[in-house]
Design a protein around this ligand. Structure first.
Ligand code: TYM
Length: 328
């Protein structure tokens, strides 16, 4: 059985990009793999966030994931900060990483841009992500395309550590879906759909009302040529819609392009497919809101399961690097 792991930041509402690029793959994975899925609350601290907002976002993200179909009976589901091995291993890996390679991370450059003061943790963020993965001897990490560079760093750190201190970590592989790996903003289809987007019309939230989803998709920027072709470079807007519809309906965007004769038809079909996909998730989410305590207790149970695995890998790494055995 392969071992699979992935995680998400509790930075607000889940959007269609998170769902198609990552979470949908997780739900399929838990049926056939030993899977670990969690909320990276520590990663959220790399940017300004109030304590109350962080608490709210963490619980809401847990509810989103459960509503999408993550099943704590089938996978290990937890909050990152509940398993202290993640931060302890981060230090050992920070002593393996170089300052220069962290400076080259494009997400560090993007997220740090325009900030008055950049937290040191924003720079070391990808090392914490490497620790998240390496603690569990993972084979595959299902993520969207924007995490490719972080996965490459994780592989480099694992390999470097193994070469220097002896075989300690499994070197993981990124698993990026063929469709939906890069869902773009509906208003600016050259930028990825994101929680922090400047155009609210550009992002479809998982909990958006059907009428809002329809409005956003109908107002999506296409282009002036009026032709329906799947070509992400020259026709980014229409290709984004074809890819969203393709990811939801499991059809090739190239084939879908031949089925529509105008943008109106394509937008209508895309809106209907997205609404149909999201409605059952929304229903499950609102049922759960009544029972937040149960959600928290599921996370705590998951943390115990995860901790039992993580502590062995951490010990292995501590021994390999030359630390004396910890009596605790
Ligand atoms: P995060 O929270 O930004 O995003 C969670 C997942 O959603 C994917 N994603 C997208 N996929 C397609 N199109 C989009 N527009 C889009 N936007 C986001 C992301 O690729 C990701 O898979 N650093 C990670 C969290 C993390 C992690 C880990 C992931 C921390 N530790 C260990 C995997 C393994 C992040 O910030 O994802």
């Amino acid at each position: 059985m392969a071992k699979v792991l992935s995680a998400i930041q509790p930075s607000g509402d889940l959007h269609l990009g998170n769902y198609l690029g990552a979470v949908r793959q997780w739900v399929a994975s838990q049926e056939k793999n030993e899977s670990y899925f969690f909320i990276v609350d520590l990663h959220a601290l790399t940017l300004e966030i109030s304590p109350e907002q962080l608490r709210q976002n963490t619980i809401n993200t847990a509810m989103y994931l459960l509503a999408c179909g993550i099943d704590p009976q089938k996978c290990t589901f937890f909050a990152q900060s509940h398993v202290s091995e993640h931060t302890t291993l981060t230090w050992l890996l920070e002593c393996t990483a170089s300052y220069g390679e962290l400076l080259r991370m494009t997400q560090f450059k993007d997220k740090g841009k325009g900030q008055e003061s950049v937290r040191a943790s924003l720079l070391t963020y990808p090392v914490l992500m490497a620790a998240d993965i390496l603690l569990y001897d993972i084979d595959f990490v299902p993520v969207g395309d924007d995490q490719r560079q972080h996965l490459e760093l994780t592989r480099n750190l694992a390999t470097r550590f193994n070469n220097k201190y002896g075989e300690t970590f499994v070197v993981p592989e990124a698993k990026i879906p063929d469709l939906g790996a890069r869902v773009m903003d509906l208003q600016t289809p050259t930028a990825k759909m994101s929680k922090s987007t400047a155009t609210p019309l550009g992002t479809v939230g998982i909990l958006d009302k059907p009428s809002d989803i329809e409005k956003k998709i109908k107002k999506a920027v296409t282009d002036s040529s009026m032709s329906i072709v799947y070509d992400r470079i020259n026709h980014p807007g229409v290709s984004n819609l074809l890819e969203i519809l393709g990811a939801v309906s499991m059809e090739k965007p190239e084939n879908l392009a031949e089925q529509f004769s105008n943008y109106g038809q394509l937008k209508q079909a895309t809106a209907e497919a997205v609404i149909e996909e999201l409605l059952p998730i929304q229903e499950r989410y609102y049922e759960m809101v009544q029972n937040k305590d149960h959600v928290i207790s599921m996370l705590q149970l998951g943390a115990r399961k995860a901790g039992n695995v993580a502590k062995h890998t951490l010990k292995r790494a501590q021994k390999a690097i030359g630390l004396l055995e910890n009596p605790n």
